[in-house]
Design a protein around this ligand. Structure first.
Ligand code: ASP
Length: 324
Protein backbone atom coordinates (compact mmCIF):
# COMPACT_ATOMS: atom_id res chain seq x y z
CA UNK A 1 0.00 0.00 0.00
CA UNK A 2 2.76 2.36 1.02
CA UNK A 3 4.83 1.46 -2.00
CA UNK A 4 1.82 1.97 -4.22
CA UNK A 5 1.29 5.46 -2.79
CA UNK A 6 4.96 6.35 -3.14
CA UNK A 7 4.93 5.13 -6.70
CA UNK A 8 1.90 7.27 -7.48
CA UNK A 9 3.56 10.32 -5.94
CA UNK A 10 6.69 9.66 -7.98
CA UNK A 11 4.71 9.32 -11.20
CA UNK A 12 2.79 12.51 -10.43
CA UNK A 13 6.03 14.39 -9.96
CA UNK A 14 7.27 13.14 -13.33
CA UNK A 15 4.10 14.50 -14.92
CA UNK A 16 4.52 17.90 -13.28
CA UNK A 17 7.98 18.21 -14.74
CA UNK A 18 6.47 17.78 -18.19
CA UNK A 19 3.40 19.82 -17.40
CA UNK A 20 5.19 22.93 -16.24
CA UNK A 21 7.57 24.44 -18.75
CA UNK A 22 9.04 26.14 -15.75
CA UNK A 23 8.21 25.41 -12.20
CA UNK A 24 9.24 26.22 -8.71
CA UNK A 25 8.61 24.29 -5.55
CA UNK A 26 10.42 25.32 -2.46
CA UNK A 27 9.86 23.41 0.71
CA UNK A 28 11.85 24.61 3.62
CA UNK A 29 14.09 21.94 5.08
CA UNK A 30 15.09 24.33 7.84
CA UNK A 31 13.21 24.82 11.07
CA UNK A 32 9.74 26.27 10.81
CA UNK A 33 9.96 29.97 9.96
CA UNK A 34 8.20 32.42 12.27
CA UNK A 35 6.68 34.16 9.29
CA UNK A 36 6.39 33.61 5.56
CA UNK A 37 5.39 35.86 2.64
CA UNK A 38 4.90 34.62 -0.91
CA UNK A 39 3.61 36.93 -3.65
CA UNK A 40 2.81 36.60 -7.34
CA UNK A 41 2.46 39.02 -10.21
CA UNK A 42 0.55 36.72 -12.54
CA UNK A 43 1.21 33.66 -14.69
CA UNK A 44 1.39 33.92 -18.46
CA UNK A 45 3.01 32.76 -21.65
CA UNK A 46 5.82 35.27 -21.66
CA UNK A 47 9.49 34.53 -21.96
CA UNK A 48 11.32 36.63 -19.43
CA UNK A 49 14.58 36.02 -21.32
CA UNK A 50 13.27 38.32 -24.04
CA UNK A 51 12.76 41.18 -21.54
CA UNK A 52 15.09 44.16 -21.86
CA UNK A 53 17.40 44.71 -18.89
CA UNK A 54 15.32 47.79 -18.07
CA UNK A 55 12.13 45.69 -17.96
CA UNK A 56 13.79 43.03 -15.82
CA UNK A 57 14.97 45.74 -13.46
CA UNK A 58 11.50 47.26 -13.17
CA UNK A 59 9.85 43.92 -12.41
CA UNK A 60 12.51 42.83 -9.91
CA UNK A 61 12.60 46.21 -8.17
CA UNK A 62 8.83 46.23 -7.79
CA UNK A 63 8.68 42.69 -6.41
CA UNK A 64 11.70 43.36 -4.20
CA UNK A 65 10.07 46.49 -2.73
CA UNK A 66 6.92 44.54 -1.94
CA UNK A 67 9.02 41.86 -0.19
CA UNK A 68 10.79 44.56 1.80
CA UNK A 69 7.51 46.09 2.89
CA UNK A 70 6.01 42.72 3.87
CA UNK A 71 9.18 41.58 5.62
CA UNK A 72 9.42 44.75 7.71
CA UNK A 73 5.74 44.56 8.70
CA UNK A 74 5.89 40.86 9.61
CA UNK A 75 9.03 41.45 11.68
CA UNK A 76 7.17 43.86 13.96
CA UNK A 77 4.21 41.51 14.37
CA UNK A 78 1.69 42.96 11.88
CA UNK A 79 -1.12 40.48 11.12
CA UNK A 80 -1.21 38.21 8.07
CA UNK A 81 -4.33 39.97 6.73
CA UNK A 82 -2.80 43.44 7.02
CA UNK A 83 0.45 42.30 5.38
CA UNK A 84 -1.32 40.50 2.53
CA UNK A 85 -3.46 43.57 1.84
CA UNK A 86 -0.54 46.03 2.13
CA UNK A 87 1.53 43.96 -0.32
CA UNK A 88 -1.31 43.55 -2.82
CA UNK A 89 -2.15 47.27 -2.57
CA UNK A 90 1.47 48.07 -3.43
CA UNK A 91 1.26 45.72 -6.42
CA UNK A 92 -2.01 47.43 -7.44
CA UNK A 93 -0.19 50.77 -7.43
CA UNK A 94 2.55 49.41 -9.70
CA UNK A 95 1.60 50.05 -13.34
CA UNK A 96 3.49 46.95 -14.54
CA UNK A 97 0.98 44.42 -13.22
CA UNK A 98 -2.58 43.71 -14.28
CA UNK A 99 -4.27 44.99 -11.13
CA UNK A 100 -5.16 48.47 -9.94
CA UNK A 101 -3.12 50.96 -11.92
CA UNK A 102 -1.97 48.57 -14.68
CA UNK A 103 -5.34 46.84 -15.17
CA UNK A 104 -6.23 45.53 -18.63
CA UNK A 105 -9.29 46.64 -20.58
CA UNK A 106 -12.53 44.84 -21.28
CA UNK A 107 -14.11 44.50 -24.74
CA UNK A 108 -15.39 48.09 -24.55
CA UNK A 109 -12.05 49.52 -23.49
CA UNK A 110 -13.17 49.95 -19.88
CA UNK A 111 -11.61 48.88 -16.60
CA UNK A 112 -13.43 46.41 -14.35
CA UNK A 113 -11.35 45.47 -11.34
CA UNK A 114 -11.80 42.47 -9.03
CA UNK A 115 -10.17 41.69 -5.66
CA UNK A 116 -10.63 39.55 -2.58
CA UNK A 117 -9.04 38.81 0.79
CA UNK A 118 -9.52 36.00 3.29
CA UNK A 119 -8.49 35.63 6.92
CA UNK A 120 -7.50 32.06 7.80
CA UNK A 121 -8.05 32.56 11.52
CA UNK A 122 -11.72 33.55 11.36
CA UNK A 123 -12.59 32.28 7.88
CA UNK A 124 -13.85 35.80 7.22
CA UNK A 125 -13.61 37.24 3.74
CA UNK A 126 -14.25 40.34 1.64
CA UNK A 127 -14.49 40.75 -2.13
CA UNK A 128 -15.05 43.55 -4.62
CA UNK A 129 -15.94 42.87 -8.26
CA UNK A 130 -16.37 44.86 -11.47
CA UNK A 131 -15.34 48.28 -10.18
CA UNK A 132 -13.75 51.05 -12.22
CA UNK A 133 -13.29 53.88 -9.71
CA UNK A 134 -11.82 52.34 -6.58
CA UNK A 135 -8.08 53.04 -6.47
CA UNK A 136 -7.24 50.00 -4.32
CA UNK A 137 -10.01 47.38 -4.53
CA UNK A 138 -8.08 45.10 -2.14
CA UNK A 139 -8.35 47.70 0.64
CA UNK A 140 -12.09 48.05 0.13
CA UNK A 141 -12.36 44.24 0.21
CA UNK A 142 -10.63 44.28 3.60
CA UNK A 143 -12.95 46.99 4.96
CA UNK A 144 -15.94 44.92 3.83
CA UNK A 145 -14.47 41.82 5.49
CA UNK A 146 -13.88 43.64 8.77
CA UNK A 147 -17.42 45.04 8.72
CA UNK A 148 -18.63 41.45 8.51
CA UNK A 149 -22.09 42.01 7.04
CA UNK A 150 -21.49 40.98 3.42
CA UNK A 151 -18.73 39.08 1.66
CA UNK A 152 -18.96 40.50 -1.86
CA UNK A 153 -20.04 43.78 -3.44
CA UNK A 154 -19.98 44.56 -7.15
CA UNK A 155 -20.05 47.46 -9.61
CA UNK A 156 -21.57 50.82 -8.70
CA UNK A 157 -22.85 49.49 -5.36
CA UNK A 158 -19.28 48.64 -4.39
CA UNK A 159 -18.10 52.10 -5.43
CA UNK A 160 -20.83 53.82 -3.40
CA UNK A 161 -19.86 51.64 -0.43
CA UNK A 162 -16.18 52.54 -0.90
CA UNK A 163 -17.07 56.24 -0.77
CA UNK A 164 -18.94 55.79 2.53
CA UNK A 165 -15.87 54.01 3.91
CA UNK A 166 -13.49 56.83 2.93
CA UNK A 167 -11.78 54.67 0.33
CA UNK A 168 -9.91 56.59 -2.33
CA UNK A 169 -11.89 56.91 -5.56
CA UNK A 170 -10.30 57.91 -8.87
CA UNK A 171 -11.36 58.66 -12.42
CA UNK A 172 -11.12 55.52 -14.60
CA UNK A 173 -8.35 57.30 -16.55
CA UNK A 174 -6.14 56.76 -13.47
CA UNK A 175 -5.82 53.10 -14.53
CA UNK A 176 -4.70 54.07 -18.02
CA UNK A 177 -1.45 52.49 -19.08
CA UNK A 178 -0.03 53.04 -22.55
CA UNK A 179 1.29 49.49 -22.81
CA UNK A 180 -1.99 47.72 -22.06
CA UNK A 181 -3.82 50.25 -24.21
CA UNK A 182 -1.58 49.53 -27.21
CA UNK A 183 -1.97 45.83 -26.62
CA UNK A 184 -5.73 46.25 -26.47
CA UNK A 185 -5.76 48.10 -29.76
CA UNK A 186 -3.46 45.78 -31.64
CA UNK A 187 -4.24 42.23 -30.49
CA UNK A 188 -6.91 40.37 -28.65
CA UNK A 189 -4.46 38.89 -26.24
CA UNK A 190 -5.29 37.47 -22.84
CA UNK A 191 -3.76 39.48 -20.03
CA UNK A 192 -1.40 38.27 -17.37
CA UNK A 193 -0.11 39.95 -14.30
CA UNK A 194 -2.85 39.46 -11.74
CA UNK A 195 -1.31 39.96 -8.29
CA UNK A 196 -1.62 38.04 -5.06
CA UNK A 197 -0.09 37.33 -1.67
CA UNK A 198 -0.20 34.52 0.88
CA UNK A 199 1.10 35.14 4.36
CA UNK A 200 1.80 33.36 7.65
CA UNK A 201 2.36 35.85 10.49
CA UNK A 202 4.24 35.49 13.78
CA UNK A 203 1.05 34.26 15.50
CA UNK A 204 0.73 31.44 12.97
CA UNK A 205 -2.28 33.05 11.28
CA UNK A 206 -2.69 32.67 7.53
CA UNK A 207 -4.18 35.07 4.98
CA UNK A 208 -4.56 35.27 1.22
CA UNK A 209 -5.30 38.23 -1.07
CA UNK A 210 -5.71 38.54 -4.85
CA UNK A 211 -6.38 41.50 -7.16
CA UNK A 212 -6.79 41.79 -10.93
CA UNK A 213 -8.01 43.76 -13.91
CA UNK A 214 -9.29 40.41 -15.22
CA UNK A 215 -8.64 39.05 -18.69
CA UNK A 216 -7.85 41.33 -21.61
CA UNK A 217 -10.92 41.87 -23.87
CA UNK A 218 -13.22 40.18 -21.36
CA UNK A 219 -16.93 40.65 -21.88
CA UNK A 220 -18.46 43.68 -20.18
CA UNK A 221 -19.69 42.51 -16.76
CA UNK A 222 -17.53 39.36 -16.70
CA UNK A 223 -16.25 38.41 -13.27
CA UNK A 224 -13.27 36.08 -12.95
CA UNK A 225 -11.98 33.84 -10.19
CA UNK A 226 -9.95 36.47 -8.32
CA UNK A 227 -12.82 37.96 -6.25
CA UNK A 228 -14.48 34.58 -5.71
CA UNK A 229 -13.68 33.05 -2.35
CA UNK A 230 -12.72 29.42 -2.92
CA UNK A 231 -11.86 29.95 -6.60
CA UNK A 232 -9.09 32.58 -6.72
CA UNK A 233 -8.49 33.07 -3.01
CA UNK A 234 -8.78 30.95 0.11
CA UNK A 235 -7.26 30.75 3.60
CA UNK A 236 -7.82 28.46 6.56
CA UNK A 237 -5.38 28.42 9.48
CA UNK A 238 -5.78 24.65 9.79
CA UNK A 239 -4.56 23.98 6.25
CA UNK A 240 -3.28 26.63 3.91
CA UNK A 241 -3.56 30.03 2.24
CA UNK A 242 -3.90 30.15 -1.56
CA UNK A 243 -3.91 32.79 -4.32
CA UNK A 244 -4.47 31.86 -7.97
CA UNK A 245 -3.80 33.40 -11.35
CA UNK A 246 -4.69 32.25 -14.83
CA UNK A 247 -7.74 31.52 -16.95
CA UNK A 248 -10.37 32.45 -14.38
CA UNK A 249 -13.27 30.45 -15.82
CA UNK A 250 -11.34 27.22 -15.15
CA UNK A 251 -10.31 28.29 -11.66
CA UNK A 252 -13.98 29.00 -10.85
CA UNK A 253 -15.21 25.68 -12.26
CA UNK A 254 -12.57 23.74 -10.36
CA UNK A 255 -12.99 25.80 -7.16
CA UNK A 256 -9.22 25.88 -7.34
CA UNK A 257 -8.14 27.69 -4.18
CA UNK A 258 -10.47 25.75 -1.90
CA UNK A 259 -9.60 22.50 -3.65
CA UNK A 260 -5.97 22.90 -2.55
CA UNK A 261 -7.22 23.05 1.07
CA UNK A 262 -9.70 20.21 0.52
CA UNK A 263 -7.00 17.92 -0.88
CA UNK A 264 -4.88 18.59 2.19
CA UNK A 265 -7.83 18.14 4.53
CA UNK A 266 -9.63 15.12 3.05
CA UNK A 267 -6.94 13.38 1.01
CA UNK A 268 -4.08 14.25 3.39
CA UNK A 269 -1.93 15.49 0.53
CA UNK A 270 1.06 17.64 1.41
CA UNK A 271 0.87 21.23 0.14
CA UNK A 272 2.94 20.80 -3.01
CA UNK A 273 1.01 17.70 -4.12
CA UNK A 274 -2.31 19.47 -3.52
CA UNK A 275 -1.26 22.50 -5.58
CA UNK A 276 0.06 20.22 -8.30
CA UNK A 277 -3.14 18.14 -8.38
CA UNK A 278 -5.37 21.20 -8.83
CA UNK A 279 -3.21 22.56 -11.66
CA UNK A 280 -3.10 19.12 -13.25
CA UNK A 281 -6.89 18.89 -13.30
CA UNK A 282 -7.23 22.38 -14.76
CA UNK A 283 -4.56 21.62 -17.35
CA UNK A 284 -6.33 18.40 -18.35
CA UNK A 285 -9.51 20.41 -18.91
CA UNK A 286 -7.68 22.89 -21.17
CA UNK A 287 -6.96 25.71 -18.71
CA UNK A 288 -3.66 27.20 -17.61
CA UNK A 289 -2.34 29.38 -14.82
CA UNK A 290 -0.49 29.34 -11.55
CA UNK A 291 -1.01 28.98 -7.82
CA UNK A 292 0.92 30.26 -4.83
CA UNK A 293 0.23 28.64 -1.47
CA UNK A 294 1.62 28.23 2.03
CA UNK A 295 0.62 25.81 4.75
CA UNK A 296 0.41 26.25 8.50
CA UNK A 297 3.90 24.88 9.04
CA UNK A 298 5.41 27.47 6.73
CA UNK A 299 5.95 25.27 3.66
CA UNK A 300 5.36 27.10 0.44
CA UNK A 301 4.68 26.23 -3.17
CA UNK A 302 4.56 28.27 -6.39
CA UNK A 303 3.59 26.19 -9.43
CA UNK A 304 2.35 27.13 -12.88
CA UNK A 305 1.41 25.51 -16.16
CA UNK A 306 2.10 28.63 -18.23
CA UNK A 307 5.53 29.54 -19.53
CA UNK A 308 6.28 31.69 -16.54
CA UNK A 309 4.96 33.39 -13.41
CA UNK A 310 6.18 36.43 -11.50
CA UNK A 311 6.79 35.29 -7.92
CA UNK A 312 8.79 36.33 -4.89
CA UNK A 313 9.33 34.93 -1.41
CA UNK A 314 10.74 35.94 1.95
CA UNK A 315 10.66 34.32 5.39
CA UNK A 316 12.00 34.90 8.90
CA UNK A 317 14.83 32.38 8.31
CA UNK A 318 16.32 34.74 5.74
CA UNK A 319 15.25 32.76 2.67
CA UNK A 320 14.43 35.11 -0.18
CA UNK A 321 13.95 34.96 -3.95
CA UNK A 322 12.46 36.93 -6.84
CA UNK A 323 11.80 34.89 -10.00
CA UNK A 324 10.06 35.22 -13.35
N1 ASP B 1 -7.49 34.98 -13.08
C1 ASP B 1 -7.71 36.29 -13.65
C2 ASP B 1 -9.10 36.34 -14.23
O1 ASP B 1 -9.52 35.38 -14.85
C3 ASP B 1 -6.72 36.66 -14.72
C4 ASP B 1 -5.28 36.29 -14.47
O2 ASP B 1 -4.93 35.81 -13.42
O3 ASP B 1 -4.46 36.53 -15.35
O4 ASP B 1 -9.74 37.36 -14.12
Amino acid sequence: MKLHRRMRTFLKKCVVLCLCANYSIAMSQQEKPEYVLLIHGGAGNFNSLTFSSEQRQTYSNTLEKVLQLGDSLLKIGVSAVDVAVACVAMLEDAPVFNAGRGAVLNEHGQYELDASVMCGERLSAGAIAGVSRIKNPIQTAKVLMLEGKHVMLSGIGAEVYARTQNQQLVEPSYFFNQKTHDRYRSIKESGGGTVGAVVMDTNGNLAAATSTGGMMMKRYGRIGDSPIIGAGTYADNNWCAVSCTGHGEFFIRFVAAYDVCALMKYAQLPLEDAVFEVLRKIHAAGGSGGIIAIDKTGNHSALFTTQSMFRAYVDSNGQRYVEF
